[in-house]
Design a protein around this ligand. Structure first.
Ligand code: ATP
Length: 405
């Protein structure tokens, strides 16, 4: 099978070039692999172009050794999906990735290879970075990746001129705080190349509420489920029945984030702690984490003071996500205090859903509610439009994307 090596020398701490020259390429050669092509990316978008050109030249199943973060993988998958299907294009084949994590967050890699809890942040050792490569060298079969397809729908009164673009994620599709902070964090990249830029951006926007409504759709043939921390299992959402399975969520929202394939967005930020525990036979699903201030019994008005008070609770929730996903256990006491106590009377602070898809309809007046993040790319819903996201799994083992684990 032809082997393409692509790495993004600018991702994360800009260490990909030396990692590949000193370790990745020598290891591949020592194991007898012939490298059909080795290409560092030269600009944004280049990784996708390189992989597209490669599979036109070498038709058939392909393995790509990819060095970068989640954004680099996203670019490749997006470019392959956007490629025009012409008679001259090769028939689609499975593409398998060897991931070499060189990015800032490396959410997919950290989820596939959860870091040792004893290892301090930022001190992942070389052997840890080579685990997907070692799996490939050992001949382990690649595991299929689920995908999420996000579409921006125009307002119902608009006459569509082009078909809506579909954005594909292997990690995250989000709105609200997460989309806003990813948008804001890009401006901080030069000054803060590490993970701290996400915390800085979160701090800047943590008191913002987002005016929107959302719907959750079940996975094929099922119902929308919600995590019950008392029972320690998924249960049917009370509003989702076999005959009427759609769950409506009214805003305002603070957090609305959905994932596939992952249980964390950074090595320690385990925001969807059940995200790697798919259940057999349930098809492709999304894990969705939602924070809505109106669930807080102390949050009865909407003014600056209420938002500032709720922001403290948001900080507590996001902090608990760094404690092995403890945020999904937090509940409100009667007075709105956030407690880690399953005997507390109130609702869970976080709503943690498992579903097949969602739809997000921002209020026209709320600019920030129009932002959608798809694996780090920021999209904007048209005024009067909606975003829709659905989960999908490869239909057979010869198609789609897979990763060596
Ligand atoms: N040679 C290049 N010069 C500048 N930008 C590049 C180059 N090659 C790729 N890029 C861009 O760099 C962006 C960031 O890469 P990537 O997402 O892999 O790293 P990261 O953001 O540090 O990691 P993560 O997404 O895991 O947080 C990519 O979206 C891509 O568009």
């Amino acid at each position: 099978m032809p082997l393409l090596v692509v790495y993004n020398p600018t991702s994360g701490a800009s260490s990909a070039a030396s990692l590949f020259a000193e370790h990745v390429l020598p290891l591949l050669e020592q194991h007898g692999h012939t490298l059909a092509q080795v290409s560092p990316t030269e600009r944004a978008g280049h990784a996708g172009e390189l992989v597209r050109e490669f599979i036109v030249r070498y038709s058939g199943p392909t393995t790509v050794v990819i060095g970068g973060g989640d954004g680099t993988l996203h670019e490749v998958i997006q470019a392959l999906n956007d490629a025009p299907s012409t008679a001259a294009a090769p028939a689609p084949q499975r593409i398998s990735f060897v991931l070499v994590p060189c990015g800032t967050a490396n959410a997919l890699y950290a989820s596939l290879f959860p870091p040792d809890t004893e290892t301090p942040d930022g001190e992942a050792d070389l052997e840890y970075q080579l685990r997907s490569l070692r799996a490939f060298l050992a001949g382990t079969p690649a595991a299929p990746l689920a995908l999420a397809y996000t579409t921006l729908l125009p307002p119902p009164y608009a006459r569509p001129t082009t078909p809506p673009r579909i954005a594909i994620s292997t990690v995250v599709a989000s709105t609200s705080l997460h989309a806003t902070l990813l948008h804001a964090s890009e401006a901080l990249r030069a000054a803060h190349p590490g993970l701290e830029r996400f915390k800085l951006a979160a701090h800047m926007h943590i008191a913002r509420w987002y005016a929107a409504s959302a719907k959750l759709f079940p996975a094929a043939g099922g119902t929308v489920r919600v995590w019950d921390p008392r029972a320690g299992r998924w249960v049917r959402h009370p509003a989702s029945t076999r005959t009427d399975p759609i769950v409506d969520l009214e805003g305002p929202f603070v957090y609305f984030l959905s994932t596939v394939n992952v249980d964390r967005l950074e090595p320690r930020f385990r925001i969807v702690p059940r995200g790697r525990d798919g259940e057999a036979g349930e098809g492709a699903t999304l894990d969705v984490v939602v924070l809505r201030p109106r669930r807080d019994p102390a949050c009865t008005v909407d003014d600056d003071e209420a938002r500032a008070k709720f922001a403290e609770k948001v900080g507590r929730v996001l902090g608990a996500a760094y404690e092995d996903g403890a945020h999904v256990r937090l509940r409100y006491a009667q007075d709105g205090t956030v407690v880690d106590d399953q005997e507390a009377d109130g609702a869970t602070v976080v709503e943690y859903f498992r579903c097949g898809g969602w739809e997000w309809e921002p209020d026209e007046v709320d600019e920030y509610a129009h932002l959608v993040c798809v694996d780090g790319d920021i999209l904007r819903v048209d005024k009067g439009g909606k975003a829709k996201c659905v989960a999908a799994a490869p239909v057979d083992e010869n198609l789609g994307f897979a990763v060596y684990v």
